[in-house]
Ligand binder design. Structure first.
Ligand code: DWN
Length: 387
């Protein structure tokens, strides 16, 4: 399935750069062999995670709380005194900072230099590199004696999963575990939240794909825990083969995936139809609102919004501006459709009639923060159900 020409999802740009903007054909495919939903072509991560990469995990209070709970859970279940812990794609250290007051020997890998620097300034030890087999080999102190390697919303960004798994294999102790969270294919299909697909998300995982993939390298999927983050995610726990019993919920969730055809192409074909239906509905609804003389803005210039805007071809004819809290995005324009990104002050000072909530995954936090918008008659809009 193709979504047409797409710019980099986080490629917020200045007016002077419009003429040189980069586009690629965003097409998805499905490997029936390992049940893996993936992009057929992608931008090399080194072109994305540069010093300009504008996403900070700490931009959401809800996610900060989630990462505090995630770290406590790892502490309780898989870490012990003086354990070694590595986080892949540690961003600004939102998760690792929770280990600062413990005796855990922790280390983060973060390729975006400005973000890694921010973490290091807060004394969260962060290596400014991509995690791969080669960089893992340099960590002699951690070789085969790391208790936990963890990640959140990162593994789907790594094109060479074989290389990643070799890197993990070099570092994990015999009873070490690799724990990671990723947006769930099943949630994307059920909510028709195709905005999870963009250049950075090379894969959308399911238990079926993760189990098959790691089995190829002598690892077991030993546990899987559904999460509410990013509109529905799964926390996967991977261990060396036959080292841990496999928790019952793994087979239960896999059976559920089989029932829903998540392990085969049929669900993808259904999803394709749903995406096309969603596109027509969004455009009809927005045009109707506009024809009624109402003002529409976008709320949160997420990476996800880039897929919606470019797939549905929504520009300033429908949406006046997008408000966002990230200083690197404010004053720039959205990738591809060139909608101005402005600070939240504009939204507060001169609220629109309707706000397209692009950060629908943070709706609880945002509805609370913006309760005056709703109290004054403002309406939220989204392609996913907002309840
Ligand atoms: O995987 C990824 C996820 C974890 O984060 C990355 N590839 C990129 C990024 O995706 P996203 O941009 O879709 O993430 P979020 O967390 O849904 O949205 C973050 C954006 O929303 C930031 O630009 C900040 C903005 N935001 C806002 O303006 N007001 C967020 C909140 C919570 C707010 O209240």
């Amino acid at each position: 399935m193709t979504f047409g020409q797409m710019p980099p999802a986080n490629g917020f740009l200045e007016k002077k750069d419009f003429k040189n903007e980069y586009f690629y054909e965003m097409e998805v495919g499905f490997s029936e062999e390992i049940s893996l939903f993936q992009l057929n072509n992608f931008t090399p991560p080194k072109n994305i995670h540069t010093e300009k990469y504008p996403f900070y995990t700490s931009s959401s209070k809800f996610m900060e709380n989630h990462f505090r709970d995630y770290s406590n859970w790892m502490f309780k279940n898989y870490l012990k005194n003086n354990s070694k812990l590595i986080e892949i794609g540690s961003n600004d250290g939102t998760l690792l900072k929770n280990f600062q007051k413990t005796d855990i020997d922790f280390l983060g890998f973060e390729p975006s230099s400005k973000i890694a620097e921010l973490a290091n300034q807060q004394k969260i030890k962060t290596i400014n590199q991509f995690f791969d087999k080669e960089s893992a080999l340099e960590l002699t102190k951690y070789k085969k004696n790391t208790d936990v390697i963890c990640a959140a919303n990162v593994i789907a960004h790594i094109p060479d999963l074989k290389d990643l798994i070799h890197g993990i294999d070099n570092l994990l102790s015999s009873t070490g575990v690799f724990i990671f969270e990723e947006p769930y294919l099943g949630s994307m299909f059920s909510q028709v939240s195709y905005d999870q697909i963009y250049d950075e998300h090379i894969y959308l995982f399911s238990l079926s794909s993760i189990k098959k993939l790691f089995n190829l390298f002598d690892f077991d999927l030993i546990d899987a825990l559904p999460q509410i983050t990013h509109g529905g995610s799964i926390r996967y726990v991977i261990a060396r083969k036959n080292k841990f019993p496999i928790k019952k919920n793994v087979s239960k969730l896999i059976d559920n995936e089989k029932e829903k055809n998540l392990d085969n192409l049929n669900s993808c074909l259904e999803f394709k139809k749903n995406c096309e239906g969603s596109k027509s509905k969004i455009l009809n609804d927005l045009k109707k609102i506009k024809n009624d003389g109402k003002k529409i803005c976008g709320y949160a210039a997420t990476a996800k919004s880039s897929t919606i805007l470019n797939y549905c071809k929504i520009g300033t004819d429908l949406i006046d501006y997008i408000t966002d809290t990230t200083k690197e995005k404010i004053g720039k324009y959205s990738p591809g459709m060139h909608i101005p990104i402005v600070s939240v002050d504009r939204f507060k000072d001169n609220p629109p009639d309707v706000a397209y909530l692009f950060a629908w995954n943070h709706r609880k936090e945002i509805f609370k923060k913006e309760k005056n918008f709703s109290l004054n008659g403002g309406k939220w809009f989204s392609h996913v159900k907002l309840d």
